[in-house]
Design a protein around this ligand. Structure first.
Ligand SMILES: [Zn+2]
Length: 438
């Protein structure tokens, strides 16, 4: 009983301190937005223009954290792209916890404001590149630890901040995974990244796995006017020419058939029926020059697929290739010229048992501090991937719940509702108090 009262008193003091310093957290957010940290590997971005930005933003963040007595270190696997690790040392008796946030942003888009790196406030919204994805999360982490420090709480376990690079391009091997592999292991991770659409403080314990891949189908070039000879009875068929678009449609239909099967075969209790998809995003076909008077001799699809927790990238990759190979075997040309696969990126699924102690502690913290209009009960699948996957891949439980809105991330005029920052900070401080104890 006495202990519970102590905890209540500490939590009340933390809440009051968070209110007192929320203006400073907003200033920190403005300053973080002002340091451009566009992921230099982002499509359409000139790498040289942006290399080093992530490190500069992390350096600025580090000055705030060292002022709270945190030990600062950097893990720099790729030159110019330093991850920040800050550690608040506990007494050594309790479980450790990491707050994880990616410091990289997507590329700017044209919008209402002339400069994406100059934060603009309108009412309780702050506009700027990275505002919601996810520098507001960084501001909330700082605010949570600032409150623990001000109130004089000494946690039993270590509290880490992993402020990582490369998240937006799935480059975890130079970001979160590099930090963990450098020895900064923890017993749990909390990722204050938006999970949902509409300024919600939903909490996620799971996300689908993803893979990006291309399928290339070969044809055989010929004069356009030979089409009748190539496709009609009495003509020379494939010996005349093979139109790669015709063959690509064949492969498209086979993939679509597999996607329909997935609607039945790939299920997970936390996901809606039919949640797992094979999305065709790009189709290109020509003869090397974009001109219609030729039989195109190549066609390439780029797909992005999603798969449920519990399955692996390797399994899914084999399943897709086998299905397309088996379907192709029914077509004489494709049997001799099987479609070529290129698998170029993947993201493992995320899953932490919703009944596990860490999820229950985090959820109770969120439920205690967030107004009920900001969430529905329980944990939900995340609307997007996050670095939680890479903690879970190493057996570390993780949840995602952050101040912001997926609808406003990766969009022009990115913005965040500033009222969410202190709520996220209170959730994180409470989670740390209860998890990092003996
Ligand atoms: Zn993000």
């Amino acid at each position: 009983m006495a202990m519970q009262t102590d905890l209540d008193r500490i939590e009340n003091a933390i809440d009051a301190t968070i209110s007192r310093f929320s203006g400073e957290a907003e200033n920190l957010l403005e300053k973080l937005v002002a340091v451009p940290s566009v992921n230099p590997e982002q499509p359409g971005v000139n790498k040289a223009d942006h290399l080093g930005g992530e490190s500069r933003a992390n350096k600025l963040f580090a000055t705030y954290l060292s002022n709270l007595g945190m030990n600062i270190d950097y893990v720099e696997v790729e030159e110019g792209r330093a991850n920040l690790v800050a550690i608040l040392r506990g007494t050594g008796q309790g479980r450790s916890l990491a707050f994880n946030g990616h410091i990289d942003t997507v590329a700017p888009q044209e919008g209402r404001f002339p400069d994406p790196w100059t934060a603009v406030r309108e009412g309780n919204r702050l506009y700027g590149l990275g505002a919601t994805d996810m520098k507001a999360g960084h501001a909330a982490m700082w605010l949570a630890i600032k409150a623990l420090d001000e109130v004089g709480v000494r946690l039993d376990g270590d509290l880490h901040i992993h402020s990582v690079v490369g998240e937006e391009t799935m480059s975890h091997e130079i970001g979160t995974t590099a930090v963990l592999d450098a020895g900064y292991q923890v017993d749990a991770a909390f990722v204050p990244e938006p999970t949902s659409s509409g300024d919600l403080l939903q909490m996620s314990n799971t996300a689908p796995g993803n893979a990006l891949f291309a399928v290339t189908v070969r044809g055989k070039s010929a004069h356009w006017a030979s089409r009748n000879l190539a496709i009609r009875s009495g003509g020379g068929g494939d010996s005349i020419g093979v139109n790669a678009i015709d063959k690509a449609v064949y492969v498209y239909n086979a993939m679509r058939q597999l996607e329909e099967q997935w609607g039945m075969s790939k299920t997970h209790p936390q996901f809606l029926p039919g949640a797992f998809i094979i999305h065709p995003g790009v189709l290109k076909a020509d003869v090397g020059i974009e001109a219609a008077p030729y039989f195109p001799d190549r066609a390439r699809f780029d797909y992005l697929l999603s798969f449920p927790p519990g399955e692996t990238y390797e399994q899914v990759k084999t399943e897709v290739e086998q299905h397309i190979r088996a379907s192709s075997a029914l077509d004489p040309w494709l049997r001799e010229h099987p479609p070529e696969f290129e698998w170029y990126a993947s993201w493992p699924p995320a899953f932490t048992d919703p009944n596990s102690e860490f999820v229950q502690i985090s959820l109770a913290a969120r439920n205690a501090v967030a107004p009920s209009e900001y969430f529905s009960a329980g944990v939900i699948p995340a609307g997007a991937q996050s670095d939680a996957s890479f903690y879970e891949k190493q057996g570390i439980p993780a949840v995602v719940s952050g101040p912001g809105d997926l609808l406003r991330a990766h969009a022009a005029d990115e913005s965040v509702d500033l009222d969410l920052v202190p709520i996220a900070a209170r959730t994180m401080a409470r989670t740390a108090l209860r998890w990092c104890s003996e």
